[in-house]
Design a protein around this ligand. Structure first.
Ligand code: G3P
Length: 218
């Protein structure tokens, strides 16, 4: 399973990339706003740090402008993935950009029907938002189960399931068990995945015993 980081914060990207755990990055207009940076600059900088896919989202809602924005974003670096919303204009843009050889991440997916349309439009990734579905009292992970099942049933559907709006490590583990291709994680969730109280307790005990030996490795 691939892990992307869902952030536009350069410092966190650098820190977590050093662990070798980061396969790509996803951004969205809200994350760019939080970063306080110029969109194109921040995408360029991320692409220099992370060789894997870096999603950058269009902001127009109309096909022709979306297409122009997508083409401009794709020119920033070879690893840019253009992110478009799951609307009729978004999927038209997805189809066109995909035909041109640009990778597309279709975002704001909340149903299996939408995911099926995105795959047929040539999306490289579909981004179902599990946390936001949970927030309204529905089962976000059931959507991942449904999409994985549908895509698996057809060899010609090559779209990867990119689990988004992840809120905690259980979302990640459940998605991995279902065989989702990618999860995009807020840095806080990736950091949480390292934690276990028995690891901390065990390490403290080992270090206490080691201190009693009076030995050194270096
Ligand atoms: O980047 C898309 C998605 O991951 C947003 O998550 O937490 O704003 O629902 P969230």
């Amino acid at each position: 399973m691939k892990f992307f980081l869902d952030t536009a914060e350069i410092k966190e990207i650098r820190e977590l990339a050093a662990s070798g755990l980061v396969d790509g990055i996803t951004t969205n207009p809200s994350l760019v706003m939080k970063s306080g940076r110029q969109f194109v600059d921040v995408v360029r900088e991320i692409c220099e740090i992370i060789p894997g896919p870096v999603s950058a989202e269009v902001i127009s809602t109309e096909h022709e402008t979306m297409l122009a924005e997508g083409r401009k974003l794709a020119k920033i670096a070879g690893n840019v993935v253009v992110k478009v919303p799951l609307t009729p204009d978004g999927l038209k843009t997805c189809y066109k950009l995909s035909q041109e050889g640009t990778k597309v991440n279709v975002t704001l997916c909340f149903s299996a029907a939408q995911a099926l349309l995105a795959a047929k439009s040539g999306a490289t990734y579909i981004s179902p938002f599990v946390g936001r579905l949970d927030d309204i009292g529905t089962d976000g992970m059931q959507l991942i189960r449904d999409i994985v099942q549908i895509y698996r049933a057809y060899d010609n559907l090559k779209t990867e399931v990119l689990v988004a709006s992840v809120r905690h490590p259980i979302h990640v583990i459940e998605a991995a068990k279902m065989g989702a291709h990618v999860a995009t994680l807020p840095p806080s969730v990736l950091k949480q995945m390292f934690n276990h109280p028995l690891t901390d307790k065990g390490l403290a005990a080992f270090l206490a015993d080691w201190a009693k030996t009076g030995q050194k490795i270096l």
